[in-house]
Design a protein around this ligand. Structure first.
Ligand SMILES: Cc1ncc(COP(=O)(O)O)c(C=O)c1O
Length: 421
């Protein structure tokens, strides 16, 4: 039986013909048991401390209770633990309580929501009225796109965009183009000319698995030349990329030209929620027509912490500087061991391994050596592209990074991951 699971992935259990929902759940449990028995169960590990460069984990199977150097938090600037961010979030709760009590349309729209929307508009150099706040970054993509794009429109997406975009484009015509391949994008746009009401091109700023950056200048030029609209989700670029942390759009000097910007509070802004930035007519349309926005409770007052985190990106630029020192030191350290970090240009650092089994093994060995990472496999990446994915933080110390590099050296000796590819 174990053999049948060797190259399996979660994708295999999404749907199984002929099996009802209980039978499918049972088959899924069989796969989880296989992962558990082989100590490959690197998911849902129970943390007993907060998000940060070190995390306490509870005992679980082979996993010992204790402190681990962590690379699993996308809290790039360390703002989840910043005293000023915490203070602002607590002040928000003191003033407004713990919940919004209703959806924004019917009583759940408070001044702290408006302040946050205005702050985001200003952060992206737009006038007030250009932002709507969702309760997750996921819905800032999925729910807004479901609302905006219908059958007679077309979504043209980079094949590596986030799952939330794929969910959002289910009600429209869809074409995928090869990752960051502007020729392929142009071909699709050229063929789509005059056939669709709206042609929306959707890309990430920084890609969440490889950490590479979209060729935004060319993408924007091509999109506009063919009468398209460009949406950029820069969940992983904000706070990290660009002179003042405005992400890939700042790097390529297109911040004022991108039509729609989406993003999240769950990474640099140290909270939960997301935003959609566009012309006011679209914002109003979303406010009344986006089902997840209209029929779901508004963000809680803890998002007052996000407003402070946004200020801190400008007020304390040393965090971004420190993050980049860490990125450069760590990336070079991994490369010196002979490991393949792919095309990363951001705080997302993958170590490419390829083989699923070896990838699971590597994740386990790293944990045994006190290093907590995410082994990523199909369907998050293609079948032969398994990797250990890590997010660097400004608050990692040199000692943290050296400990991880030593662990990778050990894993490489054991598994020969440098020569796998
Ligand atoms: C590129 C991208 N977009 C959107 C999201 C969703 O953000 P959230 O965690 O706020 O739902 C993520 C989260 O991982 C992401 O990586």
């Amino acid at each position: 039986m174990g053999q049948t699971y060797t190259n399996a992935s979660f994708k295999d259990y999404e749907d199984i013909p002929e099996l009802d929902v209980y039978q499918r759940a049972q088959a899924h449990t069989g796969y989880l048991n296989y992962l558990q028995v082989n100590n490959f169960m690197n998911y849902r590990l129970l943390a007993t401390s907060g998000c940060g460069p070190e995390i306490e984990l509870a005992e679980d199977g082979y996993l010992k209770k204790g402190s681990y150097v962590s690379f699993v938090c996308n809290d790039y600037l360390g703002f989840t633990q910043h005293p000023e961010v915490k203070k602002a979030a607590i002040a928000g709760i003191e003033k407004y309580g713990t919940g919004a009590g209703a959806s924004p349309l019917i009583g759940g729209y408070f001044e702290f929501h408006k302040e946050l929307e205005d702050k985001i508009s200003t952060f992206f150099k737009r006038p007030k009225g250009y932002t709507v706040v969702y309760t997750t970054g996921y819905t800032a993509n999925s729910a807004s796109l479901l609302c905006l794009l219908k059958k007679d429109d077309i979504a043209i997406v980079d094949m590596a965009v986030h799952a939330s975009v794929y969910e959002g484009i289910q009600g429209t015509t869809t074409k995928r183009f090869l990752h960051n391949n502007t020729k392929a994008l142009e071909q699709i746009l050229s063929a789509a000319q005059d056939k669709y009401r709206t042609k929306m091109v959707i890309v990430d700023g920084v890609y969440s698995q490889d950490g590479d950056i979209a060729k935004l200048k060319e993408i924007l030029e091509i999109t506009h030349r063919y009468g398209g609209i460009l949406l950029v989700d820069d969940a992983h670029g904000i706070g990290v990329i660009g002179e003042t942390g405005r992400g890939a759009m700042e790097l390529y000097d297109v911040l004022d030209k991108v039509d729609i910007i989406t993003g999240t509070f769950s990474k640099t802004f140290g909270n939960v929620g997301g935003y959609f930035v566009a012309d006011p007519e679209l914002i109003t349309y979303i406010q009344f027509q986006s089902r997840q926005y209209a029929f779901s409770a508004a963000a809680t007052p803890i998002v007052t912490g996000v407003s402070k985190a946004i200020d801190l990106v400008d007020e304390e630029p040393h965090w971004q500087k420190k993050l980049w020192e860490n990125i450069e030191y760590y990336r070079k350290g991994l490369q010196d061991i002979g490991l393949d970090v792919g095309t990363t240009e951001s705080a997302i650092i993958p170590v490419k391994i390829g083989d699923i089994q070896k990838n699971c093994e590597a994740g386990k060995l790293l944990l045994e050596n006190g290093i907590y990472t995410n082994p990523i496999m199909y369907p998050a990446v293609s079948m032969k592209d398994s990797r250990i994915r890590m997010s660097l933080m400004a608050t990692h110390t040199k000692e943290h990074l050296d400990k991880a590099l030593n662990a990778f050296e050990y894993v490489n000796k054991k598994l020969d991951i440098a020569s796998t590819l």
